[in-house]
Design a protein around this ligand. Structure first.
Ligand code: FPP
Length: 246
């Protein structure tokens, strides 16, 4: 769906519930530091928060929940932290997706995850396949994801089709580019939340965020739960979205 054709345009009423909520899960390290624990302890608690919020999203009527788990820039972290994060991700895919499956959660991955370890890629592909028919909530995990790389990849794909003569250069518009993003089959985010008080998008869904409501909350990600998501949806409901109209 193109952003220009996004629903719920200027009704003059408060916004209807968000179909798609995307979250930048920030503050795991600080959560651990405050408790004199190693950073991995914060990430572990962060996974628990992710599971709780994924279950809550369904209960609160959110159709799509996107979580920014690992960015293209996170490779810059110390090797042992990267390895810990990959270990947590592996555990999540192997054990926790089964539980989410019982809550009607469909798993989708955005990002260049195919470059991860081959056995992890297989696990991910199997989990995506096993949950493909679930309809309650789509849990999108952004993995080795960066907006700039995503947009460059879409541009490359358009250029390749032009070179092959199957696409007219004048046919390249926003919808054509959007159709080649990882998110082509899901609605754009209505609400993007970042935890821990930081106020940046950090290369997350930058194209898709064109008309998203942005919310920055002070809660550190490991402390974020169903009540925080419910509160964010209440704040969202009071906002008026105009999509460039009046
Ligand atoms: C930011 O906290 C968090 C991350 C870079 C990783 C997020 C990953 C998880 C919560 C675990 C994986 C999730 C799933 C769904 C398997 P930070 O380390 O930047 O915190 P800081 O800014 O306080 O140091």
């Amino acid at each position: 769906m193109t952003l220009a054709a996004a629903p719920n345009i200027a009704s003059g009423q408060g916004a209807p519930p968000p179909r798609h909520v995307a979250i930048i899960m920030d503050g795991n390290g600080r959560w651990a530091k405050r408790r004199l624990l190693p950073r991995i302890a914060g990430h572990k608690k962060g996974v628990e928060a992710a599971k709780a919020v994924a279950r809550a999203a369904g209960d609160l009527g959110v159709e799509v929940l996107t979580l920014y788990a690992f960015s293209t820039e996170n490779w810059r972290r110390p090797a042992d932290e990267v390895s810990d994060l990959m270990g947590l991700l592996r555990h999540f895919i192997e054990h926790d997706v089964k539980e989410l499956q019982q809550h009607g959660v469909r798993l989708k991955i955005i990002g260049d995850y195919q470059t991860l370890q081959p056995d992890l890629v297989d696990l991910i592909d199997r989990a995506v396949e096993d949950t493909a028919s679930n309809t309650r909530t789509t849990l999108v995990i952004a993995l080795n994801y960066g907006s700039q790389a995503e947009i460059a990849r879409a541009a490359q794909s358009l250029a390749a089709d032009v070179r092959q003569g199957i696409l007219d250069v004048n046919a390249i518009d926003a919808a054509a580019l959007e159709a080649r993003l990882y998110t082509a089959d899901i609605p754009p985010p209505d609400l993007i939340i970042r935890t821990s008080g930081e106020q940046r998008l950090s290369n997350f869904l930058m194209w898709q965020a064109a008309y998203a409501e942005l919310m920055f909350v002070d809660t550190l990600w490991p402390d974020f739960g169903k009540s925080h998501l419910a509160e964010a949806l209440n704040v969202y409901a009071a906002r008026e979205r105009r999509f460039g109209g009046l």
